[in-house]
Design a protein. Structure first.
Length: 105
């Protein structure tokens, strides 16, 4: 079992994964701004969400930024796009402040 790590620097690459592998997507976030990364799209036949958590930066003060980690278990052999949007949950009609997309196959 391998762990595939994805962030903004390698999002454009196609990430090879097999059933039993794990995928971790790490994206910069400052939750106190109201903006949080939200999972928008993935194929449940290929990926199963395994949780997400915010990890504060080592030097962050109260309310500072850090990294949002999304974890997935690979359950299928096909390909899946994963997309996430950085948005405020209460702004239902507003466009995302930022969009992230990658492919796991």
């Amino acid at each position: 079992m391998a762990t595939i790590e994805v962030d903004e620097s390698n999002a454009e690459e196609r990430h090879r994964a097999s059933a039993g592998d794990h995928v971790v997507i790490r994206l910069a976030e400052t939750p106190t701004s109201g903006y949080r990364w939200q999972l928008d799209e993935y194929d449940p036949a290929v990926l199963r969400p395994a949780g997400d958590e915010f990890v504060p930066a080592a030097d962050a003060r109260t309310g500072g930024g850090g990294i949002r980690e999304f974890r997935f278990d690979v359950v299928g052999a096909a390909s899946s796009d994963v997309s996430l949007d950085l948005r405020r949950a209460w702004e239902t009609g507003a466009a995302a402040a930022q969009h992230f997309r990658t492919t796991i196959n």
